[in-house]
Write a protein that binds this ligand. Structure first.
Ligand code: UDP
Length: 346
């Protein structure tokens, strides 16, 4: 239970990235508690499918727009969640300049909108700000080990810059900004082909294909079920006073990729074989959140163990792949909007 809550129900809430995997679950939860939701999405990695059930909801509005070009909204808003950014490594690396500009220009645009509306703002940051961490588990005061010129930098450094923008706006008294550092999250509505470990392994196993493990499989991750994450995001947005620092949100249960693959094979025995592929550059070796801050400030901790969440997710993939065998992810594929030009010395 939330101990201290500030905003309560009945707000108008803008969710940027609201048609994405996490964003669409957040829209559901906000509507369920009685808020009005304006979902803004570019459909670059989000999908209309995720919000189609909400289309006729009287408190739901959908705006197709890239936050890189968002200037204003024609109605007042009380809260803004920024979840708009490709989040899986293959997807955020596919157009790295757009990823960086989404984090910086896009977040800047939304912060300006928050300032104009006097709205509270929650930035979806990431465990990737810790890079390939040398401190374990990761606490919020750890400054990280990021390769600022590597292929993950567009996301890691973009998210770090977005955090800096949020805390500058907060210090300046312009925006009530909050920052969640989100660790690996999974659940229904992940794109089957987003390239992430849980979607890859489940889809491969369900399709009877070999399971791909990059490197030795001894690297670790900590996996949080999406409903737990959404509860944490809402708690962070609503807690009073503003925590004035980043808050890790994730499940501290830590698993090697080999352990995860074994769990998937237990659950979906049709997929039998494991094949090894090269480890991507700068792939973090270990990752586990220290969530003491979230526990203390928000009274929040995850409830769903990996075995249970994986079962829900596998069931969802079975149903989804069954419905759309040839095109399991039917999002409208969009090219990113042109990013603002970067003028040297401007
Ligand atoms: N990985 C893997 N096989 C796959 C996809 C990913 O072994 O088919 C590994 C990847 O190299 C990383 C971990 O699984 O060590 C988690 O990868 P993911 O892309 O889900 O997210 P990350 O935590 O790296 O952002």
């Amino acid at each position: 239970m939330l101990q201290k809550t500030r905003n309560g129900k009945g707000k108008t809430v803008l969710v940027a990235g609201g048609a994405g995997f996490v964003g669409s679950h957040l829209c559901d939860a906000l509507l369920a508690r009685g808020d009005r939701v304006i979902c803004v999405d570019s459909y670059i990695t989000g999908s209309e499918d995720n919000v189609r059930p909400l289309a006729n909801h009287p408190h739901f509005r959908l705006i197709e727009m890239d936050i890189c070009v968002l200037e204003s909204i024609d109605e007042p808003v009380n809260q803004i969640y920024n979840l708009a950014c490709a989040a899986s490594p293959p997807q955020y690396q596919a157009d790295p300049v757009h990823t960086m500009m989404t984090c910086v220009a896009g977040t800047g645009n939304l912060l300006t909108l928050a300032e104009r509306n006097g709205a509270s703002f929650l930035q979806a940051s990431t465990s990737e700000v810790y890079g390939d961490p040398v401190e374990h588990p990761q606490r919020e005061d750890y400054r990280g080990n990021v390769n600022c010129t590597g292929p993950r930098a567009c996301y890691d450094e973009g998210k770090r810059a977005a955090e800096a923008l949020c805390f500058d706006m907060l210090r300046a008294g312009k925006v009530d900004a909050r920052v969640a550092r989100i660790f690996n999250t999974y659940g229904p509505r992940m794109q089957p082909h987003d390239g992430r470990i849980i979607s890859n392994l489940l889809v491969q196993a369900i399709s009877g294909e070999p399971l791909t493990i990059y490197g030795t499989g001894e690297q670790t991750r900590s996996f949080c079920f999406v409903s737990d994450l959404v509860a944490g995001l809402m708690a962070l947005m609503d807690v009073d006073p503003n925590p004035e620092g980043p808050v890790n949100l994730g499940n501290p249960g830590e698993f090697t990729i080999n352990e995860l693959a074994a769990m998937v094979l237990d659950m979906v025995p049709a997929g039998g074989r494991i094949v090894h592929r090269p480890l991507p550059q700068d792939d973090p070796q270990r990752r586990r959140p220290d969530i003491a801050r979230a526990r203390e400030l928000l009274g929040w901790q995850p409830k769903i163990p990996l075995s249970e969440g994986l079962r829900h997710t596998a069931d969802w993939f079975v149903a989804t792949l069954g419905e759309h065998p040839a095109a399991p992810h039917s999002s409208k594929a969009r090219r990113p909007s042109p990013v603002p030009e970067i003028h040297a010395g401007a």
